[in-house]
Write a protein that binds this ligand. Structure first.
Ligand SMILES: Cc1ncc(COP(=O)(O)O)c(C=O)c1O
Length: 446
């Protein structure tokens, strides 16, 4: 197999003198929770990162095509982000919101400035699960209703209540968790009943939301939550008009519409800053995490003043939410996205990459579907294009081979047969070409 050449990089990793991969693995096995999983048959030890590059303990360089699970938005160890965090670390690390601090206030203003309409009130928390927990509470507290709708194939977190919103057996424990939550069919043009050739697919899939309200609830609901593009579920992009129709049904039943932007926000889709904008809707509540902080434990919920007032009946407190350091980091991330035109870059490089993936689909019959927007892309592998039988083992092989050739990507979907490509948004066209060359070679070998 031909080994594609990595594009040049001027960063030299520092010599590493810590424990080796085998020792770290043994320590993990002995002292860490046994349910954490690792990628690759022989797991890799990553000790340094810069921009779109990752380095292992021996100094081997990899192209990061997954961004720490869609989290490293502006690039590893971005100098502007580092400077902001280091400066704040020297001054003050923590007090909570019982005292005033400028970072949380300035950052909330800047983040609210990125939101459309009345979405101007920000709550800071520490993870995507926590953000969705809070959104769920908000929807119920504001409407006085209990029933929630979510989508099949959605992922919203691993806490007790967000596990209920999540709809994938992979992530659900066999314990009671889905109190008052029901899942509508996933609007998946590749696997669902209405396909690419149906111009009315968005409305038809949304009819299931209406039907679920009519048959599965009292007719009055608390809300509806959906990712703007289903990430963990394998980069499923909804048909045009889907959220517009679904939101109309939800609002007619008294519910609030929640957009989970944990993966699709901050310019990643290229054409828009927020994933929901690609569907032409304005939600009532938006949750965000991952890319918001470029790797620090930062997440947020943004809503309208009217909804926030309903939650003011009790004190809302979160010890680490809006901590001075994470706010410095989050604010610096917003600045980098703006200054470096990373949304436009996601569009340019993402379009180039997607075109290349479509070309690969013309060459490799393993590829059943290429989908996604900007730098949030998915390649679904199938054993047979007619039956669409998931090519799980082949996907694992391609994924493993990509690593051998210097490219790290993700995989997902219920059957683990979709390659997920969600790199830091600083990816260049030359990097995209390398990624395509590697995929081509790995698919050829499969
Ligand atoms: C769309 C979406 N929402 C929520 C979450 C949960 O975020 P966290 O792992 O930070 O709790 C994830 C995590 O993958 C996600 O992809």
């Amino acid at each position: 197999m031909k080994t594609p050449t990595l594009p040049p990089c001027d960063h030299q990793p520092k010599p590493y003198s810590g424990p080796g991969a085998d020792e770290v693995l043994a320590l993990r096995k002995e002292f860490l929770n046994p349910a954490i999983f690792h990628y690759y048959k022989k797991p890799i030890l990553i000790v340094e990162g810069r921009g779109q590059w990752l380095f292992d303990e021996k100094g081997r360089r990899y192209l990061d095509g997954f961004g720490g699970i869609v989290t490293v938005s502006v690039g590893h160890c971005h100098p502007h982000v580092l400077a902001a965090v280091n400066a704040q670390n020297q001054l003050l690390q923590h007090t909570t919101t019982i005292y005033l601090h400028p970072n949380i206030a300035l950052y909330a203003r800047d983040l609210a400035g990125k939101m459309p309409g009345e979405l101007k009130v920000v709550y800071f928390v520490n993870s995507g699960s926590e953000a969705n927990d809070l959104a769920l509470l908000m929807a119920r507290a504001h409407t006085g209703n209990y029933d929630m709708l979510a989508l099949r194939n959605g992922y919203h977190g691993g806490s007790q209540s967000t596990m209920g919103l999540t709809s994938h057996q992979t992530w659900k424990f066999n314990v009671p968790h889905s109190f008052g939550v029901q899942h509508a069919i996933m609007p998946d043009l590749y696997r669902g009943p209405y396909g690419q050739d149906d111009p009315d697919a968005g409305r038809k899939y949304a009819d299931d939301v209406k039907s679920l309200i009519q048959f599965g609830t009292s007719g009055q609901i608390a809300g509806f939550i959906a990712e703007s593009i289903q990430g963990v579920g394998g980069t499923v992009v909804f048909p045009e008009g889907y959220l517009r129709h679904a939101y109309a049904h939800v609002r007619a039943a008294g519910g609030l519409c929640i957009a989970d932007e944990v993966q699709s926000g901050f310019g990643r889709t290229g054409t828009h800053y927020w994933g929901f904008e690609t569907q032409g809707v304005v939600p009532d509540i938006v949750t965000m995490a991952k890319g918001i902080g470029n790797g620090c434990p930062l997440a947020a919920v943004v809503t309208t003043p009217a909804i926030a007032r309903s939650l003011a009946a009790r004190i809302h407190f979160n010890t680490f939410g809006g901590n001075p350091i994470v706010c410095a980091q989050g604010r610096a991330v917003l600045e980098v996205i703006e200054r470096e035109g990373l949304q436009a870059n996601s569009l340019k490089v993402g379009t180039h990459l997607k075109d290349g993936l479509v070309k690969l689909a013309g060459k490799h019959c393993l590829i059943g579907d290429v989908r996604g927007l900007g730098l949030m892309l998915g390649v679904e592998l199938v054993k047979d294009r007619q039956t669409r039988e998931p090519a799980r083992e082949e996907c694992a092989f391609v994924f493993e081979t990509c690593k051998e050739l210097g490219l790290l990507i993700g995989k997902g979907g219920l059957w683990g047969n979709t390659l997920r490509i969600k790199p830091p948004m600083c990816l260049t066209t030359a990097d995209a070409d390398f990624l395509l060359e590697v995929l081509d070679a790995a698919l050829q070998a499969a």
